[in-house]
Design a protein around this ligand. Structure first.
Ligand code: NDP
Length: 523
């Protein structure tokens, strides 16, 4: 589990004096049953800007199991009204939500950069993803297709319809603070479910903005409930709540396993999107300059804190030296700084614990693995970097596939360049990790491209593009330790948030026994 970047501001005298000295810091609340309410605990955590730890963005409730219970009760009360509202009407409200997100995109983008650190362009992309997801998925309100099929008896009609799952718990990470909540929330709503959302403690403001927009759009009270706070209390209370029929979780593989075990105990549906160790394969016939662009964007965009980050670059030995040299030159030229500055290429990492973890991997890469630190590797602590969590873009070369830096998810601005002898060798190396989210190949040979596409066991694959860049109308998710077989986005997400009901209508006026009675004229 990620350690939060916050210092806790509990209701002690110390806090009160801190509050007095920072009167402008806003106190945010949970959203339960259509009302903004404080946590029962009265405790809060501070949302701190990772680029400037003296910038306190707001105080958010540290919710308790009692708060979660209230939110679940509100979701239960709202459920029948929402599920019985015709889906096209639910969708109309969601289209209004989309309009609000467009209207407030600039503000939401700035808020996101301030709380999460990613550069403004990428934060804008995150909000745009929420907008795209809202429009695309709201369109399902006029589809939600089921099907009819012939019945095996005469005068009998057979059909299948989607119905909502019920009450859903949504647990989200900090790296896509608006996109990921929207990827869960909007399909849940269009299918007729009611929800309790718990965003990561590190980035609650973007979820607050999303839920506030839901309220303004006219989503009825209790349909969407927001509880902020820690994973081990509020998150676990959601996971364990017997009234929540489904838990949709995105986060680390370790936490995902805990969530899955709790769900298994109580027969809840569980959809998991988890870690990655993604790979770009660069063949000797590939466009090297294009591959460098893709590698820089994939490895250092969002400071490497993407589930789809290009953390491994498997490069054909014939172009390995040339590729590594150019990559290092480009990485060295990247500007690290506050994401709010338009000149910044790479923002801070999320919190002090992330710095510790990433720096420990940089240490492992050099001392334990014995790889070559080709550039970067330092924490930046002077001048403009003094008050934030900044790490230099880091490239390791001469990396062997079984080294820890080539196997484990670092989740920071660090990438490992691994030589390969052939396409077969590259594919074997690329598949040789426990994760299976995203892979890419740069080649000008269509046969090699198709072979890699066929043989890479990942949920997402790119040809002549980086490992990042998913679009909302295609299914998103991974194999192996990345997922548990579900896909978000696309129409496939409807299979998470709805259940099939098979319906038989017998209009024969007599008892007809399937598999027993013979149809007249046959047999
Ligand atoms: P974590 O697993 O630490 O946290 C994810 C969410 O789970 C947070 O809201 C967290 O709360 C909550 N949580 C923590 N412990 C529990 C618990 N015991 N019960 C219930 N909920 C809990 O992941 P990070 O936030 O650090 O996110 C980074 C990880 O997410 C990376 O591994 C990354 O690869 C993965 N990820 C995967 C994606 C995918 O689609 N495959 C997309 C994006 C990220 P809190 O943080 O407030 O304690």
């Amino acid at each position: 589990m990620a350690q939060a970047k916050k210092s806790l501001a509990k209701t002690t005298s110390k806090t009160q004096s801190r509050t007095a000295s920072r009167p402008s810091v806003k106190n945010y609340q949970n959203y339960i049953g259509g009302k903004w309410v404080p946590s029962e605990s009265g405790e809060v955590s501070e949302n701190i800007n990772p680029a400037d730890t003296q910038d306190i963005i707001g105080r958010f409730p540290l919710s308790t199991p009692q708060d979660v219970n209230k939110a679940v009760n509100a979701a239960r009360e709202a459920y029948d009204g929402w599920r019985n509202m015709p889906a096209p009407k639910r969708a109309e409200i969601l289209f209004r939500l989309g309009e609000i997100l467009i209207r407030d995109k600039e503000t939401f983008t700035a808020d996101m950069t301030r709380e999460m650190g990613k550069v403004l362009k990428e934060a804008g992309g995150d909000v745009q993803e929420a907008i795209d997801c809202t429009y695309y998925t709201a369109g399902e309100g006029r589809r939600l297709h089921g099907f009819t099929t012939p019945a095996e008896m005469p005068d009998k009609f057979a059909m299948c319809v989607r119905q909502p799952v019920g009450l859903c718990g949504l647990i989200t990470p900090w790296n896509f603070p608006m996109a990921i909540p929207s990827w869960k929330l909007i399909p849940a709503l269009v299918c007729g479910n009611t929800v309790v959302l718990k965003p990561a403690e590190d980035t609650p403001l973007s979820s607050y903005n999303l839920v506030h927009a839901c309220e303004e759009a006219g989503i009825p009270p209790g349909v969407v409930n927001l509880v902020t706070g820690e994973g081990e209390s509020a998150g676990a209370a959601i996971t364990n709540h017997t009234a929540l029929r489904l838990i949709s979780f995105t986060g680390s593989t370790e936490t995902g396993r805990t969530v899955a075990s709790s769900c298994a105990e109580r027969n809840a549906i569980c959809s998991l999107e988890m870690g990655g160790k993604n790979v770009i394969i660069v063949m000797d016939d590939g466009d090297i300059d294009l591959a460098i662009e893709g590698a820089i964007w994939g490895a250092f965009g969002t400071s490497g804190q993407r589930c789809t980050a290009s953390s491994r670059l498997v490069v054909h030995k014939k172009v390995y030296k040339q590729f590594s040299k150019k990559l290092v030159e480009r990485a060295k030229a990247l500007r690290v700084g506050n994401g709010a500055d338009p000149k910044t290429d790479v923002g801070p990492v999320i919190n002090a614990d992330a710095v510790k973890k990433i720096m420990s991997y940089i240490d492992i890469g050099q001392k334990e693995d014995g790889a070559t630190l080709a550039c970067g590797g330092r924490r930046l602590t002077r001048g403009d970097h003094a008050r934030g969590h900044f790490i230099e873009p880091t490239v390791f070369t001469d990396v062997a596939p079984d080294m820890r830096i080539a196997q484990e998810e670092i989740f920071g601005p660090v990438t490992a360049v691994i030589p390969a002898k052939s396409l077969d060798d590259a594919i074997e190396i690329a598949n040789g990790v426990r994760y299976g989210l995203s892979a890419a190949i740069y080649t000008s040979d269509v046969n090699q491209a198709f072979r890699a596409m066929n043989d890479m066991y990942t949920g997402i694959f790119y040809v002549n593009a980086s490992t990042i860049g998913a679009e909302v109308h295609l299914p998103f998710g991974g194999t192996k330790a990345t997922g548990n077989g579900h896909r978000e986005a696309g129409t496939q997400v409807l299979d998470i948030f709805s259940e099939w009901k098979s319906i038989y209508v017998d209009y024969s006026g007599k008892l007809q026994r399937a598999q027993i009675d013979m149809v007249e004229g046959l047999g």
